[in-house]
Every structure is written in C-alpha cells, then in structure tokens.
Design a protein around this ligand. Structure first.
Ligand code: FES
Ligand code: FES
Length: 157
C-alpha cells in the first residue's frame, strides 16, 4: 500500500491505496463517493467520468497513483456553497435531461469539463461540437436530445 495525497472536490485528502487500484474504486470505496458508476469498466460508457485537472477522464481506467498532487472533481462536488444547484444541474433539470442515476453523473461531468474549457477559450461551439464532446457518454435507453439542449443552454455565453 502507498499513501497518496490529492485535492478532492476542493479538499486536500490522503488515502492508502494499492498500486493497481483505479481512481473509480478509490472514490467509491475509500471516500464513499458513489456518484461515478462502473458501467462497462472498459472506458466505453462514460458512467465513471470525473474531472482531473480540468480534463474529463474515465475513472474506471485511470490508475489512482496518477492523481497524486492533482485536482479531482466528482459530481458530489458540484453543489454550490449553501447547497444551491450548480448551473449544469439546474440546466439538466430544466431540460428534462436528468435520466437515470447511472448515466447522468458521468454526463454532467463531461459537460462540465467541456463547458469550462469552452468558456475559458471563448471559442464558439456548434451543436456538432457539443455532440462530439458528449459522444463518450452512453445511455442505452433514451435519446440524447434533452442532454444536448441542456448543454447548449450553457455554452457560447
Ligand atoms: S465504467 Fe468507465 S467508461 Fe464505462
Ligand atoms: S443509461 Fe441512464 S437513462 Fe439510459
């Protein structure tokens, strides 16, 4: 076991982990953060998406040792101080884009990474770009229309 330190949803944290552990398991088992889900476990569904240093990643395939000293954001960290919903959560709610608890956390985190990056760069994003950015998050039961609409409501602002 080795000790690692990183910033988790704004707090400095330490954890004793085995070298082979993936970030998803450490988030769920060590920290009780169960928002990120294991869908495929193979980097294909996006249910496990979290943000590491501003990039959305599949935490099921991300070795936990690689987060040493870095910033990790999970869906649990989105709620604003005071308990208000993050604008993304609000947008998902308003557009009926919150689907099941399995795919939605990953969708929201992918959207957050994309929107933060887009707002920082100031580059306009087309609908095609939004679809491309969200393509790594799969839902096997419903359409993607509401999700794209929710993301669209926050980009290009
Ligand atoms: S569980 Fe990680 S991509 Fe599917
Ligand atoms: S997988 Fe979540 S609504 Fe389809």
């Amino acid at each position: 076991m080795q000790q690692i330190s990183f910033i988790l949803n704004g707090d400095h944290v330490d954890a004793w982990v085995a070298g082979h552990e993936m970030l998803l398991d450490v988030l769920r088992d060590h920290f009780g953060l169960t928002g990120a889900k294991e869908g495929c476990g193979m980097g294909e569904c996006g249910a496990c998406t979290v943000i590491v240093d501003e990039l959305s990643i599949d935490s099921c395939l991300f070795p936990v040792m690689e987060v040493e000293g870095r910033r990790v954001e999970t869906v649990e960290g989105l709620t604003l101080p005071g308990g208000d919903m993050h604008p993304l959560q609000q947008a998902f709610l308003e557009h009926g884009a919150s689907q099941c608890g399995f795919c939605t956390p990953g969708m929201v985190m992918s959207a957050k990474a994309f929107i933060d990056d887009q707002q920082q760069s100031g580059e306009k994003a087309t609908e095609e770009v939004i679809k491309h950015e969200m393509a790594g998050n799969l839902c096997r039961c419903t359409g993607y229309y509401q999700i794209i609409e929710a993301v669209k409501s926050l980009v290009n602002k």
